[in-house]
Structures are given as structure tokens and as C-alpha cells.
Design a protein around this ligand. Structure first.
Ligand code: SAH
Ligand code: SF4
Ligand code: F3S
Length: 470
């Protein structure tokens, strides 16, 4: 506790020192210094970027919508190869920008930076980068920038792992009415295809009192919906001094006045407890939506993936949830082309999709990640086989999604109004509990409020509706 407080105080001092530097630079330029953060990857990274922007704004930077900024930060992802390729694409363009604006500073952080071969490549091919840090020390941004300004050379600071959680740093939320809240960091599951445990370190939970304090704070600022974030939220609390379950945490979050909606991501099927299902069933605020990554429907492959459940167990779990929470919507993550995937394995995946009837799914082509056990597995699936399977999965998902979408016709749903519709004047867009969007008549003043909306038309993956009173 003592150590944590000292760290955030220390960082505020760096922010103060950098503020003076930023002020001096703006006077020289005759305009404010600008910053921009480009984020790749999952909600964890989105949340980290909000914290990084919070630090930059405290230092006096003004956020802009373009990469032509005085400080440009890339928060990277490495879960699949194409995430890496994207970063290198951007860096090629940044090189030209920096030639035009030599005072521009470039920062790289996030999951990709935790891989030593990436750092080597950047030092060699992109020497114009100013600071590089990883996933464990984002709280040090001001300190690293200060070191960069003082030394005039590239700063690289990557930690292999950490047990430290630094609280009480600034954050610049992207939306005024909803936000992510970290409840835990890291992952201990080591699914055989996945790089996340190597780049995000060991699992550690935030203390419930810190989580609740943060949620109370954002709710007092107008937030209506929170998304509790962790790689495996079902194992929340195990590392705490006073252990607590995820379901118990949810019950505490539910008590916060003014909070309307609770979502969470991601629950691992192997650890999903009856207690959690019960708490969801009883709750007024937890959205009736379960994102439950299956990865594959084949018991044989699930074993090779180190997922610790079988096809039957997944199906039973889904059924149990449906029975206790009628109308619950299901979404999932699916990988096509995991090493050794046969036609029969793939058909098992299709079978689960059909039986559960997912509302939607994130579907991925298996991507080989260096250092993971699956990368060394023989019988990698040829791309042409994946190319043949992938559209079959998408076609089936389109059917299950459309079928679920139709079920809501005529129903009155509670929605959170998120934005004015850019295509049609006088319309707003709201989000249903199942995460789908509905467009209906409304105005800008309604953004961030809840409304009851009758679903009048379904469009396969979104709806049209009309607001009703009450
Ligand atoms: N912790 C979450 C997922 C984090 S990564 C969970 O366990 O569900 C998000 C998704 O990326 C995973 O669910 C998986 O479907 C996909 N993914 C991870 N590694 C991958 C790889 N090497 N190739 C393709 N997809 C992958
Ligand atoms: Fe990756 Fe598995 Fe951890 Fe999810 S649970 S982050 S898929 S290792
Ligand atoms: Fe997320 Fe990508 Fe990292 S999915 S945890 S940002 S590797």
C-alpha cells in the first residue's frame, strides 16, 4: 500500500516537471502541443490508452484526432500476426511525418513491446522512435518522456513481469457514459495458441475497495455502464490477501447507486461458477449477455488448446445458463485452423454454434505465435483448408444471429443512448443489453441516458425502433 502511494506521487511529480517543459515548447511554437494515441487490440489496451492519455493531458498535451501530432503513441497488440503487420505499416508512414516535423516524438508501448525480437527489429529498422515501454509500466509515461527529453536519446524500458498495481493515476475516458474498469491483470491459463500470458504477465487482482472506489467516482461523473475487464474474470480474487469471488465482487458493484448497467469480459468456461449464474439471474444491472469464448467445438482440439473443458461441458454450461437466465444472449470467440484441425473437428465447432445459437462471434484464423506451444505443433492447417472452412462458419453464424435478432421484434427493451445517428437526422442510436444497436427518433441531449424502446424492425444485426414512455 505504502509503496503504491509513493509511486503514484512520484509520477505526479514527473508530470509536473514535464508540464513545464510542454509549456516552454508551446511558447516556442506559439500553439499548444498535441498528442494522439493509436490503439490496437482488446479492451485492456483501450483502457490502458485512456490512462496514457490522462497522463499526457495532465502534462499539458492536447489530444487531437490525427496522427500528425507532436507526441504520437502506438499502443500495440500481438495476439495475431496481422496486429504486428499493422504497426509496421503505420511506422513506415510515421518515418515520413517525422522527416517533415523533426520535433515530433514517437512512443511505442503495449503487448508487442514485451517481445524481445520486436525490440531488436525496432532498434534496427525504426531508430527514429523516441520511447518504448511495455504493458507493466504504463504508469511511468511521464518519467520516460522526461528521461527522453533530458538524455536526447531513445529510451527503452521493458519489464518482464510485475506484482505492482499502481492506483490513483489520471485517466481520460473516451465516452462520458460508459467505461472499462480493470478488475485484474495478466493471465495464468496458457492456452497453447495464446501469447497473452507471456506479454501481460501473471494473474493479479485489484483490491475490491479500489475497484469500487473507481466505479463510484466514474458514476458520479455520469457513467451509466461499466465493463469489468480481465482475461479470465472468473478467477478474480484468488490472489487477494482476503480472497473473494467474481460473483461476490459483482454483488458489491450492483449496490452502487446511479450505475445502471454492468458488463464483464472475459469469463473462461472452465471457471464459470453456479454462484455467478445465480448472481446474474438475480441482478437488475448485469446485462443479460454472456460472452463465453469456446475457441473450438472439438473435445480433441480443446485438449490440445489447454482449455480444460470438453464439447459436452461447454454445451451443458450454455444450457444451464439459458435455463436460469431466459432470453440471455450468447456471443463467443472461435479459432479456425488450429494445428491438427480436421474436417470432423471443424464440424464439431459448427455443431456447437448451431446448438447454442450464438448472437454473434469473433472469428479468427489461427495465427502462429512464436514461443507458444501450438507454434511448435506439427500438422499446421494449410491456408487453403482454412479458406474453405471460414466462410462456412460465417454463414452459419449469420443464420443463428438473424434468428436471435428476429426474436426481439415487438419487444420493449431498455437501451443506453450512445450517439446521434450520423446517417439520418433526428435519429439516435442506443445499445441493447445484448450489445446490439437500435436506431430511433431522438436528439443529442439524450446521449448518455437510458430509454425504453420498442423494436419495430430487425435488420439482421441491428434494429429500428421507437421510444415508449415509462
Ligand atoms: N482471455 C480471453 C481472450 C483473449 S484473446 C479468453 O480466454 O477468452 C481474444 C481472442 O483472440 C481469443 O479468445 C482467441 O479466440 C483469439 N486468439 C488468441 N490467440 C490467437 C491465435 N494465436 N490465433 C488466432 N486467434 C487467437
Ligand atoms: Fe489467452 Fe487463454 Fe489467457 Fe484468454 S485465457 S488470455 S485465450 S491464455
Ligand atoms: Fe489484448 Fe492484444 Fe494484448 S488482444 S492483451 S492487446 S496482445
Amino acid at each position: 500500500m505504502e509503496r503504491t502511494r509513493t509511486e503514484s506521487e512520484k509520477q505526479y511529480e514527473y508530470m509536473e516537471q514535464m508540464k513545464q517543459w510542454v509549456e516552454k515548447q508551446s511558447q516556442k511554437l506559439g500553439r499548444p502541443l498535441t498528442c494522439h494515441c493509436t490503439t490496437f487490440g482488446c479492451q485492456m489496451n483501450e483502457k490502458d490508452s485512456e490512462k496514457l492519455l490522462g497522463i499526457l493531458e495532465t502534462m499539458g498535451y492536447q489530444e487531437i484526432d490525427s496522427e500528425e501530432a507532436d507526441f504520437l503513441l502506438f499502443n500495440t497488440c500481438t495476439v495475431r500476426e496481422n496486429a504486428n503487420t499493422k504497426l509496421y505499416g503505420h511506422l513506415g508512414q510515421v518515418k515520413k511525418m517525422k522527416e517533415r516535423n523533426p520535433h515530433m516524438m514517437i512512443g511505442l508501448c503495449g503487448c508487442m513491446m514485451q517481445e524481445p525480437h520486436v525490440i531488436e527489429k525496432i532498434k534496427e529498422s525504426y531508430p527514429f522512435v523516441d520511447i518504448i515501454f511495455g504493458t507493466h509500466n504504463i504508469f511511468k509515461l511521464a518519467e520516460l518522456l522526461k528521461n527522453r527529453v533530458d538524455s536526447g536519446s531513445m529510451i527503452v524500458d521493458i519489464w518482464k513481469d510485475t506484482d505492482q498495481i499502481v492506483e490513483d493515476l489520471p485517466s481520460d475516458r473516451k465516452f462520458s457514459f460508459k467505461c472499462g474498469v480493470n478488475i485484474m491483470y495478466g493471465c495464468n491459463n496458457f492456452c497453447s495458441y495464446c501469447i497473452v500470458p507471456y506479454v501481460r504477465g501473471r494473474e493479479r487482482s485489484r483490491k475490491p475497495e479500489d475497484i469500487l472506489k473507481e466505479i463510484r467516482q466514474v458514476v458520479s461523473e455520469g457513467v451509466k455502464e461499466v465493463m469489468l475487464l480481465g482475461q479470465n474474470v472468473n478467477s478474480y480474487g484468488k490472489t487477494l490477501e482476503n480472497p473473494m469471488t467474481f460473483a461476490q465482487l459483482l454483488k458489491e458493484v450492483e449496490k452502487i447507486d446511479g450505475l445502471e448497467r454492468i458488463r464483464f469480459m472475459t469469463p473462461h468456461p472452465k471457471d464459470l461458477s453456479d454462484e455467478l449464474i445465480e448472481v446474474m439471474a438475480e441482478s437488475d444491472k448485469i446485462c443479460s449477455h454472456m460472452h463465453l469464448p469456446m475457441q473450438s467445438g472439438s473435445t480433441r482440439l480443446l485438449k490440445k488448446m489447454n482449455r480444460h473443458y470438453t464439447k459436452e461441458q461447454y454445451l451443458e454450461l450454455a444450457q444451464k445458463i439459458k435455463d436460469r437466465i431466459p432470453g440471455v444472449s450468447f456471443t463467443t470467440d472461435i479459432i479456425v485452423g488450429f494445428p491438427g484441425e480436421t474436417e470432423e473437428d471443424f464440424e464439431d465447432t459448427l455443431d456447437v454454434v448451431k446448438k447454442v445459437g450464438f448472437d454473434s462471434a469473433f472469428t479468427y484464423v489461427y495465427s502462429k505465435r512464436t514461443g507458444t506451444p501450438a507454434a511448435a505443433m506439427e500438422d499446421q492447417v494449410p491456408p487453403e483448408v482454412v479458406k474453405e472452412r471460414f466462410p462456412r462458419l460465417l454463414a452459419l453464424l449469420k443464420e443463428t444471429a438473424a434468428e436471435n435478432c428476429r426474436k426481439k421484434l415487438g419487444a420493449v427493451e431498455r437501451v443506453l443512448i450512445e450517439e446521434v445517428n450520423t446517417h439520418e437526422e433526428g435519429m439516435v442510436t442506443g445499445r441493447l443489453e445484448n450489445n446490439l444497436l437500435v436506431h430511433f427518433k431522438g436528439n443529442r441531449d439524450q446521449i448518455g441516458t437510458m430509454a425504453n424502446v420498442r423494436i419495430t424492425e430487425e435488420k439482421g444485426f441491428y434494429y429500428m425502433g421507437e421510444q415508449v414512455n415509462g
